[in-house]
Design a protein around this ligand. Structure first.
Ligand SMILES: Nc1ncnc2c1ncn2[C@@H]1O[C@H](COP(=O)(O)OP(=O)(O)OP(=O)(O)O)[C@@H](O)[C@H]1O
Length: 311
């Protein structure tokens, strides 16, 4: 298998550069003045609630739709130039697969079309579909079809791999081998950009997380930075006797409250102030724990705060 030496410094031409990009569908502003640069060797997760503009962003990046405003550059040129040069491999969410052909025939076709193809055998093996190579594409299960899409995205030596919700429908072992392969690809200097709703995957795999909300970039940083930006903390403790939920609900900086048996779990924008006020209620919390948020909770807190600001 050929491996190209790639430049991985942030000063190199960005793999992807969006400059004030806007895209609307009628009245819906799907992407709203988006500016960002992705650098060679980065593994980047694109997160956002439904309708945030993730798929539209990927479509713009792949030149499948033109932006209304702004510019999209891929390796310094147009998306089309980068794709024609074989620099981009993509796995899209709903990409229909050609029917009536076998898995191997479809993979071979993609290899033939790629300027720097890998051997078909290697592509099949890497995607874990060598044993179903002779099967007709329209007879595949959802997870198998997803593996085939993965094979097509990695049919050749591309510098940028774009994945829209790649592991949807994959079982646990397919997911694990998928991400192991993606890590290898990134370690070789490729840029990997993936949109996902699985926040634990973003946390485990991405070295940079972009949070989109209503077509705008709400947060951009490592998973740890995103968690810190959300600011909130989880507080949990046990209370004996009858729990006065109304009093707990009145605690300052509370963003959520969950009471289950004697255990109380709250989320607070200022844990110190909340805990101080908790003691002020005259209760005696036992097993008190204060912890940071997971990426999923941070994501929910950030997007909810933004919704509240805009409404
Ligand atoms: N072809 C289209 N015509 C009209 N509106 C569209 C079209 N495609 C997307 N939209 C709208 O643009 C907005 C952004 O959609 P997009 O699919 O980019 O979001 P997303 O973040 O990928 O969402 P999801 O997580 O649900 O896949 C949404 O409000 C959506 O309804």
């Amino acid at each position: 298998m050929t491996t190209t030496t790639r430049t991985t410094t942030a000063t190199a031409t960005p793999a992807v550069a969006f400059e004030q990009v806007g895209k609307s569908y009628g009245d819906v502003r799907a992407v709203d003045g988006l500016t960002l640069a992705l650098h060679p060797g980065e593994t980047v997760a694109l997160l956002g609630p439904n309708g945030a503009g993730k798929s539209t962003t990927l479509d713009l990046l792949l030149g499948l739709r033109p932006p209304d405003t702004g510019t999209v550059r891929v390796f310094g040129g147009s998306p089309r130039e980068a794709i024609v040069a074989g620099r981009v491999g993509a796995m899209l969410q709903s990409g229909g697969l050609m029917e009536e052909v076998t898995v191997e025939e479809l993979v071979r076709l993609h290899c033939d079309l790629h300027p720097r193809p890998y051997p078909v055998r290697d592509v099949l093996a890497r995607a874990g579909i060598a044993q179903i190579a002779d099967r007709k594409v329209d007879k595949l299960s959802g997870g198998q079809a997803q593996r085939v899409r993965f094979a097509l995205a990695t049919a050749g030596d591309s510098d940028l791999i774009v994945l829209d919700e790649p592991t949807t429908g994959m079982d646990v072992s397919a997911r694990q081998s998928f991400w192991a392969t993606m890590r290898e690809q990134a370690d070789q200097g490729r840029t990997v950009l993936f949109a996902t709703h699985y926040l634990e995957e973003a946390d485990a795999v991405a070295d940079r997380v972009l949070v989109l909300h209503r077509g705008r970039l709400l947060a951009d940083g490592t998973a740890a930075e995103i968690k810190a930006k959300a600011g909130a903390r989880r507080i949990s403790f046990d209370l004996e006797g009858t729990i006065d939920e109304a009093a707990l609900r009145g605690l300052p900086f509370l963003t959520s409250l969950d009471v289950s048996g004697h255990t109380v779990r709250i989320q607070s924008a200022d844990a110190d102030a909340t805990v101080h006020a908790l003691y002020g209620l005259g209760v005696y919390p036992r097993n008190l724990e204060v912890a940071g948020l997971g990426l999923e909770q941070a994501f929910v807190a950030l997007t909810a705060a933004e919704e509240a600001k805009q409404s």
